[in-house]
Design a binder for this molecule. Structure first.
Ligand code: CMX
Ligand code: CO
Length: 135
């Protein structure tokens, strides 16, 4: 297991246009990517900050992970994502350690990255995403 860097910090928002506009107004930053990731039930905007991103997430409906989170908690921090060199190796290691995985095998997320989620009850109430990017 190796973590390469903090890929992104994700924030659930009710209105992506508003959140992007507020990041621009308050911090002078703008998204590098913006896309709908239907399989994850979100539209996302990726704002580069140094070598990492802030990922703003608007749910496509209430019947999605981020939709349920928003109804329950309102807008706020949703997950952290670590880049790994091999998501297959990372998942095999976590499985061996008995860590509860949400995704047993990788899915395709934004930017075409291979992603997988680890259950938030496994470590300090934090939803963790692993990301393997092509390079
Ligand atoms: N961070 C921390 N805890 C969370 C959480 C989050 N983001 N989302 C839910 N939880 C907690 C809940 O508070 C709840 O805790 P209690 O039982 O103590 O009340 C517990 O986890 C179960 O949650 P739930 O309300 O029943 O919520 P769900 O049925 O939606 O399941 C989870 C939660 C994490 C399994 C689901 O959100 C999931 O599969 N997430 C992974 C996929 C995802 O988040 N995709 C969107 C992002 C896509 C991207 O980054 O590209
Ligand atoms: Co994410």
């Amino acid at each position: 297991m190796k973590l390469l860097n903090l890929d992104h910090v994700a924030i659930a928002v009710a209105d992506l246009d508003d959140a992007v506009a507020e990041y621009a107004r308050q911090y002078g930053v703008a998204p590098l990517y913006r896309e709908v990731v239907a399989e994850q039930g979100v539209e996302e905007a990726m704002i580069p900050v140094g070598g990492s991103f802030v990922q703003l997430l608007q749910p496509l409906s209430e019947e999605t992970p981020v939709g349920r989170f928003l109804v329950k908690n309102g807008p706020g921090l949703h997950h952290v994502a670590y880049a790994v060199p091999s998501i297959g190796d990372a998942l095999a290691h976590l499985k061996e350690e008995g860590v509860r995985l949400i995704d047993e095998s990788p899915r395709i997320g934004g930017r075409g990255a291979r992603i997988a989620f680890v259950h938030p009850k496994e470590l300090a109430g934090t939803l963790i995403e692993l990301v393997e990017l092509d390079e």
